[in-house]
Design a protein around this ligand. Structure first.
Ligand SMILES: Nc1ncnc2c1ncn2[C@@H]1O[C@H](COP(=O)(O)OP(=O)(O)OP(=O)(O)O)[C@@H](O)[C@H]1O
Length: 339
């Protein structure tokens, strides 16, 4: 578990200071992948650098497995750093070393014997799908392959936490996918807790369990992706879920439908069965007025604007809510038209 409590960090700027992190608090559960997103200058990299112990915060605590890292120094700080693997922003491999040589670096620093090192490097290159590239120099690798070597290197010392700062920036979508697969494997096969700083919402869509949205140094939204997308007004929800054409006027109560509502359905069972079942059970006519289906990680999620017609429309809606549909009634204006 990573716990960040009231973290503040500023940098000197002209005659004053720029506040990069302003009282930031968040948690990442063990074995979860958390995306840290936000616009440029929001404080994402500063947060990652503080957690990686590369920058010292002005105040606040960063607990990894219960230990406050901010309070450490000397030997205990160096030991704590080894428990945090870092994939730095940009090209970070040593050009004069092969892929295997780069992965071996932290193992050499830890004085691991040569035979042990060879076997550990082989394991790590296998994990990132690059066993055949062991003798290859970074210049002969693609951008995605270089990033996968950087992930292997970050995992070499068996950290409990992996931090990746913009691991997919400047990569095309198919290469991005291979890097994300590797981060996902770090979590699923090694149980590592992964924090990914990114401006790319595709990263959140594909691998994040949790997400924190930073804005001007503050966390403005934080939690499980699948919970946030059901919350009205969620930025994550409005970015990751299909549009339902909120703005268009749809005939509502008394005109075309007895009830108009927006529903978010999470998971195979809900997406596949809930709407037809509600319609059958209550003998109401159900029309999809907008929205669509998407996938967050392995989970199908739908957001629809629906119209219900029939005497038991209200009961059908209530039944959907009882069966875990997240329902928001579409606002209806005075002339009976959904706004
Ligand atoms: N070493 C530094 N010295 C001075 N100011 C800094 C330093 N590092 C970050 N800042 C400032 O702190 C604020 C947050 O920067 P940070 O790099 O953490 O944001 P970010 O969200 O990662 O942005 P980007 O997506 O562009 O990388 C910015 O105003 C930035 O200019």
């Amino acid at each position: 578990m990573i716990t960040v409590e009231n973290l503040t960090k500023s940098f000197p700027h002209d005659n004053g200071a720029v506040v990069a992190l302003d009282n930031v608090s968040m948690q990442v559960p063990d074995g979860a992948v958390c995306g840290v997103v936000g616009s440029s200058g929001a404080g994402k990299s500063t947060l990652a650098r503080c957690i990686a112990l590369l920058d010292k915060p002005d105040s606040g605590a960063i607990r990894v497995d219960g230990t406050d890292l901010v309070a450490l120094d000397g030997k205990s700080l160096r030991a704590a750093r080894r428990r945090i693997g870092v994939v730095p922003q940009g090209d970070s491999l040593l050009r004069q070393r092969t892929a295997a040589g780069n992965v071996a670096l932290p193992l050499e620093a830890a004085n691991m014997s040569a035979p042990q090192r060879r076997s550990r490097v082989a394991e790590l290159l296998d994990l990132v799908g690059l066993s055949d590239k062991a003798p290859v120099y970074p210049d002969q690798l693609s951008g995605g392959q270089r990033q996968r070597v950087a992930v292997a290197r970050a995992l070499a010392a068996q950290p409990s936490v992996l931090l990746a700062d913009e691991p997919t920036s400047a990569l095309d979508p198919s290469t991005t996918d291979s890097v994300l697969t590797v981060l996902d494997r770090a979590r699923s096969e090694l149980g590592v807790t992964v924090l990914v700083v990114t401006h790319d919402m595709a990263v959140v869509r594909r691998i994040a369990d949790d997400v924190a949205v930073l804005e001007q140094g503050s966390v403005v939204e934080h939690g499980k992706v699948l919970d946030l997308v059901s919350e009205p007004g969620s930025r994550i929800g409005s970015t990751l879920l299909p549009e339902t054409d909120q703005g268009s006027a749809v005939p509502a109560a008394g005109i075309g439908h007895d009830v108009v509502a927006e529903v978010v359905l999470v998971g195979f069972a809900a997406v596949g069965a809930l709407l037809p079942e509600a319609s059958n059970r209550f003998d109401v006519e159900l029309s999809i007025l907008g929205g669509g289906l998407t996938r967050l990680g392995d989970t199908p999620v739908a957001k629809f604007r629906i119209g219900l017609s029939g005497e038991l429309s209200e009961s059908a809606l209530k039944w959907m809510i009882e069966h875990d549909a997240h329902v928001r009634r579409a606002p209806v204006s005075v002339d009976g038209v959904a706004a």
